[in-house]
Design a protein around this ligand. Sequence first.
Ligand code: ZN
Length: 385
Amino acid sequence: MHTTRVHSFSFNCMQPAKLSDIIGIINKIAPPALAEEWDNVGLQVGDPTAEVGRIMVALDPCPAAIEEAIHHSCHLLVTHHPLIFKPLKRISTADEAGKLIHRSISNRLAIASLHTNYDIADNGVNDLLAARLGLQGCRPLKVTARGELLKLVVFVPLSHQDALMDALLPYSGMPGTYADCSFRVSGLGTFTPLAGAHPFLGDVGKRETVEECRLEIMLRRSELQPALKALRGAHPYEEPAFDLIPLQNEGGVLGIGRIGELSSPVALEDFAGLVKERLGVSSLRLVGERGKRVSRVALCGGSGASLLRDAVRQGADLFVTGDIKYHEAREAESQGIAVIDAGHFATEKVMIEGLAAQLVGELARRRLEVAVMTCTGENDPFLVI
Ligand SMILES: [Zn+2]
């Protein structure tokens, strides 16, 4: 019998959450703009205005995960693989997708997915897999985008500085391992409300001088619109004064797959043993000499065969992925790169715990009262006998 783990936290002044709040968080963790063009990420089924008190994270929107989420009275199932890939012509319980959609709606369970956007995102599937396998100094195996950073500078009366900072900090983001970065300094602001204005402070036609705080945060361009919405929601002025400054700072490269180094070279066979243990698989497929020394490792969770040549070009000794076909294994042999195929399921299911932890962190930062559970009833569809 599996037990579903619940991640929860408790603060004073916790707020109830709407599905749209959670979608905002998911979009921050994995910006939809990063997704491949053929993908279908984001909300699959659900009412954005509905309240969400409990979330389950799973790899697939398969019947087992949906039933587990319903069993635990979850309001949202967050999956890696989308439920709807191709446009549907009908929602009928005679079709597999229709059956799952019908079952979810009947039980007030929303479904949202982060797929190729989460493969590419910082701290997404591939970074989680790289961390699990002990890779260091990781970078994208194939660069698909460059992160663009902005500075948001906003001027707010001292009385509202904390409320505004609480509203904006969830959107701050910069490359590296620090969150909630901001700077503020106080000074004097002036303004004269003109005819037709409805000022929060002062009178029409009279110049006002106010003690204000200059608050600065750095954010990714993908977070700009939700950050401005939060700014307008928390700022007392009719027309908040703010500056948006494009930055030349390195916003980090984004891309698919990862390549990094092991702390010390090991034999391929020994590393394969470590992969089995860390990914919890009883078997895997290996291409290459068992005794080959492995130091630089490329990887891609799921089906990564299309990145094999990128791994070769970047001098990887080994490529770890899933779904390798016979001719791709032959190509790897001829290119002199070792391959570990640990399966699609095992190389991606690291996202379940990883995403759950990220959701818990973002919910806590927003003081949203939502419990996060991890689905434990999913199994690899392939059995080894
Ligand atoms: Zn996948």
